[in-house]
Design a protein around this ligand. Sequence first.
Ligand code: BDR
Ligand code: CA
Length: 312
Amino acid sequence: MRKVMIFADPGVDDSFAIMYALLHPEIEVVGIVTEYGNVSQKIALRNTAYLLQLANREDIPIIQGAEKPLTGTKPEFFYDIHGPHGLGPFIPSVHIPKKIFPFKKIYELIHTYKKQLTIINLSRLTSLALTYIQSEGNIHKAGDIYVMGGAFFVPGNLTPVAEANIFGDPQAAKIVASNGNHITFVPLNISNHAIILLDTMKQVAKQNNTPFSQIIYPIMNYYSQKYKSILPGVEGAPLHDVTLFSYLSQPEKYTVVKGQVQITTESNSKGLTYADFRPVPKYIKNYPMHQIIVDFDREAFTRDFVKVMTGE
Ligand code: BDR
Ligand code: CA
């Protein structure tokens, strides 16, 4: 069983990633850090609580993550795409658990599981950067770190050059990229193509015996309608955050290259990510190497998603 701590901002695609992780027979979720991004931190927390209650997994600690970028600037939220409450048409009726864990729970989980703990970041990188800054080096005791974020020489989704998780707090992303070691970045290069069609989701919802059977189709339908302005003519939408989990589940279906991930914080190209992919790269001394996923087998992604989400 792979033990994972997830940093998330649910949001529709984060919600699918959380559902996927909860349903996957080889993944054990040991904590969810709720962070601003698609929605406010408060709403991310409430939506996480809702998903865990549906799954009857209220034993999983919910951790209070960052509410705004490191610079203290006011974050922009994306209710227009994810729905007024971040879960498509739903207004989740949920009781917020009495015990919400403070930030230091992150360090406790690292301390408890050490190299057994996989860290998954599906949101802005603020809380993860704070973990690097405040954990006094203990973050290096954790296992592998995966980040959904970046756009390497392909268009961004929030600006022409920047992907949303990086753009939302480029200073934080820079701290993570320059202090982390062997982080795996799952960028828009592939996640933009991780499109689940509405017809496929209809089938997933129909043959569904999981605790999520009632919400799967309505939230995807809502998200896909919103995506029509981004992907005209497509009856479906990309599930960016699920791609990362799908990679963990079937790495052989993904193409990974090594690179030194650089992040721009200057205003006119804020959030740009790049790495030296020249045939003979010029590596920067004393700067960490990371993995960047640049290609994948889209059919295999869909097959795996359907299998896990139907609880087969
Ligand atoms: C990423 O940004 C968020 O909007 C999504 O949930 C995903 O994590 C895609 O750019
Ligand atoms: Ca996300």
